[in-house]
Design a protein around this ligand. Structure first.
Ligand code: ZN
Length: 162
């Protein structure tokens, strides 16, 4: 599939959640779970500042979906996210049988930025969603969000370095 104007609207919401996470002292990532009819079912943002580095929104979505949706509902839903799933979240997404993923910026882009800024790399190997979960349909990045997300991540790195 290609990224549609409807997808862009959902991604914009994820970028807003990422900005809210940054403003709250967390890392700038936000994600939503959208049903086949376009209804947003669940949304969350990164919440790692409390000390639990697994508090990623995509992981929260997988757990919420496993509890609240049938397997068919999970498979027909779409997960939108400001940044491509990490390997932990890709695995959780696949294990609970969720559907398509659309991301604004890729893990590879983030890795390049962190390297450019001399920031600490992630402690987990930067595998793409397709490498971890080859059966999942994935679209991204959406270039209109690159500058905004780069700015949010740079603000996070600058804050943590200070
Ligand atoms: Zn993750």
């Amino acid at each position: 599939m290609t990224i549609t104007p409807t997808d862009i609207g959902h991604l914009r919401r994820c970028v807003d959640l990422a900005r809210a996470a940054l403003d709250a002292g967390d890392e700038p990532f936000g994600s939503t779970l959208v049903a086949e009819d376009g209804t947003e079912l669940f949304a969350d943002r990164n919440r790692v500042s409390g000390g639990d580095a697994t508090q990623h929104p995509e992981f929260a979505i997988a757990r919420w979906a496993a509890t609240n949706l049938s397997p068919a509902q999970r498979a027909s839903s779409t997960v939108y996210t400001s940044g491509e799933h990490c390997p932990m979240c890709s695995a959780a997404h696949a294990w609970v049988g969720l559907g398509r993923i659309v991301y604004a910026t890729s893990g590879a882009q983030l890795g390049t930025w962190l390297d450019e800024w001399g920031a600490a790399p992630a402690p987990v190997t930067a595998l793409s969603i397709q490498q971890v979960a080859p059966g999942v349909e994935v679209d991204g990045p959406a270039d209109e969000f690159t500058d905004t997300m780069r700015g949010l991540h740079h603000a996070r790195v600058s804050r943590d370095a200070g």
